[in-house]
Design a protein around this ligand. Structure first.
Ligand code: ADP
Ligand code: ADP
Length: 228
């Protein structure tokens, strides 16, 4: 069974058709990269996967369960984590406190347990030493690692990435590449919107190419990047 199953998904903003009958199946632990021109619907597609944007028609299923207006959004957003271009960390909280906030408030995890888990994930993404620092004291690459650790603290099955490397230098991007490989090894599914072809090529199992709200092509990177 697919981790994510998308059938004829459509989404309007008022009269504007942003997603036009999208269909796609994504497997457990698969790394999907969504490419396409600006305005083609890439962000909208991934935002539908955790219902930040509700779709208007079609069927979305995660682990065989239909996602619709009756879905418990708190539970869904635990299952489907999200990492943003600008990290979206709370500036007044240390790295570890950014990570423990949702487990404590949403799941009711005790502070000590949440703290221990957060430090484990910060170590997994290579920034154990920065755990008690504040976002302003961290580089962009380190902040993005905190954002990934924060998502991991909710034990997600899927992590959505919206332009995660847009603000990062090549070295920091390599760090994110190896973290995403690590996530796949743990069977966490990743769906990543990016403009960066090199990054796409390095991480994708399959590339989804969108244009004007539709999927034009789905192919592994070796097929995608060697057009005649
Ligand atoms: P991409 O991520 O490929 O750049 P988006 O999914 O952000 O594309 O946007 C697709 C189209 O939908 C664009 O034309 C954009 O202007 C429009 N759009 C996105 N969000 C909204 C919104 N909240 N309200 C109205 N139009 C929107
Ligand atoms: P991206 O290309 O990364 O999706 P955008 O600049 O297109 O970023 O969108 C940033 C925010 O503005 C998003 O929340 C999106 O939903 C909203 N937005 C985009 N286009 C429109 C639009 N035409 N009308 C209203 N909101 C929009």
């Amino acid at each position: 069974a697919s981790r994510i199953s998308i059938r004829n998904l459509s989404k309007f903003y008022k009269d504007f058709l942003a997603l036009d009958r999208i269909s796609l199946d994504i497997a457990r632990g698969e790394k999907i990269v969504v490419l396409g021109p600006s305005g083609s619907g890439k962000s909208t597609l991934i935002r539908c996967l955790n219902r930040i944007e509700p779709h208007d028609s079609g069927v979305l299923m995660i682990d065989g369960k239909i996602i619709d207006g009756k879905t418990d959004l708190t539970e869904l957003r635990g299952t489907v984590g999200m990492v943003f271009q600008n990290y979206n960390l709370f500036p007044h909280l240390s790295a570890v406190d950014n990570c423990t906030l949702a487990p404590r408030l949403v799941r009711g995890t005790a502070r000590e347990a949440a703290d221990a888990a957060a430090r484990r994930y910060l170590e997994q993404v290579g920034i154990a030493e920065q755990a008690d620092k504040y976002p302003i004291q961290l580089s962009g690459g380190q902040q993005q690692r905190v954002a990934i650790a924060r998502a991991l603290c909710m034990n997600p099955e899927i992590i959505l990435f919206d332009e995660p490397t847009a603000a990062l230098d090549p070295e920091a991007i390599s760090g994110i590449v190896s973290i995403m490989d690590d996530l796949a090894a743990q069977e966490i599914t990743t769906v990543c919107v990016t403009h960066e072809m090199g990054f796409a090529r390095r991480i994708a199992d399959r590339i989804v190419f969108m244009d004007r709200g539709a999927i034009l092509e789905v192919a592994p990177p070796e097929d995608f990047f060697t057009s005649p």
